[in-house]
Design a protein around this ligand. Structure first.
Ligand code: 4AD
Ligand code: MG
Length: 437
């Protein structure tokens, strides 16, 4: 693996350097002292390694530095890489030299239990903890797996705009900004509307970027700024869309199991459900059947009700893979979703619900491709027609059936990691009443 511009080896590269004397730069993570021997755990972002300092084997000033160094001080350390006889594949460093580059005073995140509010206000420092590092590595792996998935299947990435003239996913959670003195703009809620014309140009496209929703409630599943990946495919219909969503989630999950085992272990994430997800077909349930299942479980629901977090959790109970729910009532879904020709009260929409209470990870649909039907839906939703003229053009000039979905990166990462709250799945979460740091 190339190590980048630094001439120094990374901690991750040490297992391949047993017997060598190496110099590293990084931070002190942890320290244990037993009189004549000190165990210092160093981290450099690539991994962790335990350094062993033996009093009678090092110069006096090195022994003194190992005593004075505090958690999160920056250090330069030299030592011999040795394999740990008790843990195959694990190495430690027999320290021969140690200098403290910057001594850290009063590190605020001590091992005692901190409240979440405190940790959130220290997010810039909290990022250094082993758990947060593991989550961010999983997130980054998911991001690169997303690009590999689409690239290897001939998709073109099309970046959609952040500043938009109109709403895509309803007007209740729009972030408004002043575009010019007399024109407003809204932060994008989804790149979908811009992908549909691009699908006519390029066939198979996807976008991946920040997405904004002015969510007015504080829940563990909602951020005000999150990252969404959205594929859009020409001539794909609802059944093919479900296949695509399933294949996508299976591939991303397999990639995490393959390359991020160590992080899952650090997060104490039982991989069983992720392994089942890769191996088994995902159940596909019609909304009408979902309502019956929920009634059977004692939920007071009927046709036309939206499914909340508790209903989603109940529907996935007993499954160790995600579940796909389709054919939702037209009244509770977005204006662009294609009504089912066999059952016009429902739309050819799809929600994928993750097991274990992680809720909706994917939302998507087949899109209306008939011009006049789409026009009537825009009118029914009382959307400003002028703002959607270009969107209607896609149906005016060579229309085609097409489908797509959106997956929230943080929702997916949370489920992979077994971390219940989205605030730990994005480096700097934006939530109601939280925009610092
Ligand atoms: O179901 P949603 O609203 O669908 C759309 O925006 C479509 N236009 C996507 C498309 O078809 N191209 O959002 C899609 C996904 C959800 O399933 C969820 O994973 C995530 O985006 N999501 C959120 N994640 C974090 N915080 C929020 N407030 C989210 N809202 C949606
Ligand atoms: Mg949705």
């Amino acid at each position: 693996m190339p190590t980048g511009p630094s001439a120094l080896p990374s901690i991750a590269s040490l297992p391949a350097r047993v017997g060598e004397t190496v110099t590293l730069e990084g931070w002190l993570y942890n320290k244990r002292d037993s009189g004549k021997i000190r165990f210092l755990v160093f981290r450099d972002g690539s991994g962790y390694v335990q350094g062993v300092v033996v009093k009678k084997e090092v110069p006096e000033e090195v022994w003194a530095a190992s005593g004075a160094v505090t958690q999160e001080s920056t250090v330069r350390v030299t030592g011999v890489v040795r394999s740990d006889p008790r843990q195959p594949g694990v190495v430690e460093l027999g320290v021969t030299d140690l200098s403290v580059l910057s001594l850290c005073h009063d590190w605020p995140i001590t091992p005692k239990e901190h409240g979440v509010d405190f940790l959130m206000s220290q997010r810039h420092l909290w990022l250094r903890s082993a758990r947060q590092v593991a989550v961010l590595k999983v997130r980054s792996e998911v991001e690169s797996a997303i690009h590999d998935f689409y690239y290897s299947r001939g998709y073109t990435r099309v970046d959609s705009p952040i500043l938009t003239p109109a709403a895509c996913e309803g007007t209740s959670n729009l972030f408004e900004t002043q575009y010019t003195e007399d024109e407003k703009a809204y932060l994008s809620q989804s790149g979908q509307l811009y992908l549909e014309p691009a699908a006519a140009a390029l066939g198979k496209v996807y976008c991946f970027g920040p997405t904004f929703r002015a969510e007015k409630s504080k829940t563990r599943r909602h951020l005000r700024e999150f990252w969404m990946v959205e594929p859009e495919v020409a001539f794909l219909e609802i059944d093919g869309l479900m296949d695509l969503a399933e294949e996508f989630v299976k591939e991303l999950t397999g990639r995490i199991l393959d390359r991020r085992r160590e992080e899952l272990k650090r997060l104490e994430r039982d991989p069983a459900v992720l392994e089942a997800t890769c191996a088994k077909p995902f159940p596909r349930i019609d909304y009408r059947d979902a309502i019956e299942i929920l009634k059977g479980k004692g939920f007071p629901v009927s046709f036309g009700d939206d499914l909340g977090g508790d209903e989603e959790t109940a529907l996935t109970e007993g499954f160790d893979t995600p579940v796909m729910v389709t054919r939702y009532p037209i009244s509770i879904k977005a204006f662009y979703m294609q009504p089912d020709p066999k059952d016009p009260e429902v739309v050819l929409g799809l929600d994928m619900l993750a097991p274990e209470g992680y809720g909706e990870i994917i939302g998507g649909s087949q899109r209306i491709h008939d011009h006049d039907l789409l026009l009537s839906r825009i009118e029914q939703h009382q959307l400003p027609l002028e703002a959607f003229q270009w969107y209607l053009d896609v149906r005016k000039y060579g229309t085609f059936p097409h489908s797509g979905f959106g997956m929230g990166l943080e929702r997916f990462t949370a489920w992979m990691c077994g971390v219940p709250h989205l605030r730990e799945c994005i480096p700097y979460p934006r939530m109601l009443y939280r925009i610092y740091p």
